[in-house]
Design a protein around this ligand. Sequence first.
Ligand SMILES: Cc1cc2nc3c(=O)[nH]c(=O)nc-3n(C[C@H](O)[C@H](O)[C@H](O)COP(=O)(O)O)c2cc1C
Length: 422
Amino acid sequence: MSSSPGVGLQRQTEIYLAGVRGQRPQIPFDYEKLDRLARSRMSPEAYAYIAGGAGAERTIAANRAALDRWKIVPRVLRDVSDRDLSVELLGRRRPTPLLIAPIGVLELAHKDADVAVGKAAAAEGVPVIFSNQASRPMEQVAGAMGEGTRWFQLYWSTSDELVASFVGRAEACGCEAIVVTLDTKMLGWRSRDLDFAHLPFATGMGIAQYTSDPVFQSLVDPSTVDVSGRPTPAAVRSLIRATRSYPGSFRENLRSRIGVAAVRKVMEIYSRPSLTWDEFAWLRARTKLPILVKGILHPDDARLAIEHGLDGLIVSNHGGRQVDGAIGSLDALPGVAEAVGGRIPVLFDSGIRAGADAFKALALGATAVLLGRPYVYGLALEGEAGVRDVIKNLVADFDLTMALAGCRSVSEIGRDCLELVP
Ligand SMILES: Cc1cc2nc3c(=O)[nH]c(=O)nc-3n(C[C@H](O)[C@H](O)[C@H](O)COP(=O)(O)O)c2cc1C
């Protein structure tokens, strides 16, 4: 994918010409269809974890409603033959205003998990944000990505040493920024997962950044594991997965129960509920990388982020997974963008499904947008190729939306392109 003029038209042509030869695309273009097809390829528990939100999922609905309230008002008879999708972000020109959101436990969708996503993002020229809860260690994904841009998303653990280690590893494997997610000091009340009594981390999934970390390894103490009680088949499966997730000999790890001890340790230390703004001075002193915060919804928090020297922020409600009844992410964007006043980049996620959604977020003040669930569904369907198709389709759709709205470049997308139609 490139930002060259006509990326939308190229993609359309490619698809329609393949159609002439009788070939139909494997990845549906409509999000609802993509969701349905991916669901049919996943276990019910995996789909519940990916698709689900907090409580009655009112905030997932609010994300959609917020995007739908704004309508694009296209302008005509402007020369849009040459278009530029690129944006300036953290001192670099990026080919498109799109990034890949950090999403944990991608092994639920596909065995190649983060490696497939990293390769797809690199091939499409889109930065990827590695999740703290990834299924593969960041070094492995970075190693498969060549020069592809990567950032690292951090959950601030109760262990300072572990935080410092994660950040050091992110620097060493070429990450260009640290994104600290603020909205997940604890997990939201996720009804679908609660119904299945299913939390991936508790079964040894999504803990690869930890088990590959020397500081984490020094914190794990297998002697604390209580092995009393009758094992159930589910418990044995979890034991095997947790044991496999730990480096070293499977047999030795099984004997020592270190995999189970690691799982328990992750659950104990993964986040720090006491975290406050003042602690960012500590992080600032430990890395030269730009630090962004993810999960900002209030203009005052945006001002505080700037006061505390942060380099960017992401307006997000975590895809409706944390606070049921929280404001739709796009409803929060204009106020945050106004408070920021262009001093730092304002990124946006939660609900981006199509080109028009990205267009609306950019029109309301976002510098760039993060793609979430749609790429996970592409991954579930076709692995790396599926993620590439989802990215290509979104960029093509965005390009055509921009052109048809009468804009030649992202800088021309502004508030005057939209009308609020409640
Ligand atoms: C299954 C799943 C796992 C996620 N894991 C993480 C994570 O590890 N770290 C993080 O900062 N955000 C995580 N998120 C939130 C995403 O980064 C992003 O904010 C969200 O997916 C946006 O909503 P959308 O997918 O509905 O567009 C996760 C989201 C989903 C759906």
